[in-house]
Design a protein around this ligand. Structure first.
Ligand SMILES: O=C(Nc1ccc2c(c1)CCNCC2)c1ccc(-c2cn[nH]c2)cc1OCc1ccccc1
Length: 285
């Protein structure tokens, strides 16, 4: 209702709504005193429900973060029904849409962007936070074509410091680290590093390394990430066993003869040699 906007309208001229997310909408606005453009994220407290703590986490985190590649929070206004976050203007929109519009980025452009992401995450980790929802949708492009990290709603600032294990499984499946999707205790900063690797792949390829319509298949692909298909096929043919049984045997990493053969097949392949196993010599030498 108009009453909720009374205070924000003292300082900002509100313009069109440019985005409506889950429980927030983003409006363009102009700061009256400086005439600077800003984005205002408007949340309805009732609609937020039990997501309200997530907004508090985000606001507290952003108040502590000041970095050239993190979207700046300028002001927070809370009324009885609404929360307004006045944020840095990022007219380039989401990196996600930008990658799609260009199919994939050149190595030069990907390198510039990736260095900005690494710089932002190194800073976030240095302040004792883990972002935990790194993905191209959470990286906006500003008017100078630089990246700005957003959405600290899932971030964690473990009391015991960053080497403290976290448990809540969160973030987007395609960007989630193996230990996270296995429900194991994990180190937040290490999970962020994994997500950055997936992000780099997405920048350079324009598609995701581990993805499927079915989230369980996505998880399976993440867990098998490092398995080399050719080597598995050669082993299953040689041992006259199914691919699945060979996969099971390899994934146990027992450092038995199966592990050795798999590793040595991989190194043969890496050196451009045929991925093949010798039939045992009949003459026994
Ligand atoms: O300034 C922001 N967005 C933004 C501003 C102008 C324009 C665009 C986008 C692209 C759409 N065409 C009009 C130009 C902007 C700033 C901060 C945050 C933000 C910071 N924590 N949480 C959210 C979100 C923002 O937006 C979300 C968005 C809306 C529509 C599409 C793409 C992105």
């Amino acid at each position: 209702s108009a009453g909720d906007y009374e205070e924000i309208l003292k300082y900002y001229e509100l313009h069109e709504t440019i985005g409506t997310g889950g429980f927030a909408k983003v409006k363009l606005a102009r700061h009256l005193l400086t005439a600077e453009k800003v984005a205002i994220k408007i949340m309805d407290k009732a609609a937020l429900g039990d997501d309200l703590p997530r907004v508090k986490i985000e606001i507290d985190a952003m108040k502590n973060l000041s970095h050239q590649h993190i979207c700046r929070l300028y002001q927070v206004i809370e009324t009885s029904k609404k929360i307004f976050m006045v944020l840095e203007y990022c007219p380039g929109g989401e990196l996600f849409d930008y990658i799609i519009s260009k199919d994939r980025l050149s190595e030069e452009e990907a390198r510039v962007f990736f260095r900005q992401i690494v710089s932002a995450i190194a800073y976030v980790h240095g302040k004792g936070y883990a972002h935990r929802d790194l993905k191209p949708e959470n990286l906006l492009i500003d008017k100078e074509h630089n990246l700005k990290l957003i959405d600290f709603g899932l971030c964690a600032k473990p009391k015991g410091g960053l080497d403290y294990h976290l448990n809540t499984c969160c973030g987007s499946p395609a960007y989630a680290a193996p230990e996270l999707i296995q429900g194991k205790a994990y180190i937040g900063s290490e999970a962020d590093i994994w997500s950055m690797g997936v992000l780099l792949y997405a920048l350079l390829c324009g598609f995701l390394p581990f993805d499927d319509a079915n989230v369980m298949v996505t998880y399976k692909k993440i867990m098998l990430g490092h398995i080399d298909e050719d080597c598995v096929t050669e082993l299953s043919v040689f041992h006259k066993q199914s691919r699945e049984s060979i996969l099971e045997l390899i994934s146990e990493w027992k450092y038995d003869h199966m592990s050795a053969t798999y590793f040595l097949l991989q190194s043969k392949k890496a050196r451009g040699k045929h991925v093949c196993l010798r039939v045992p010599c009949l003459t026994g030498h």
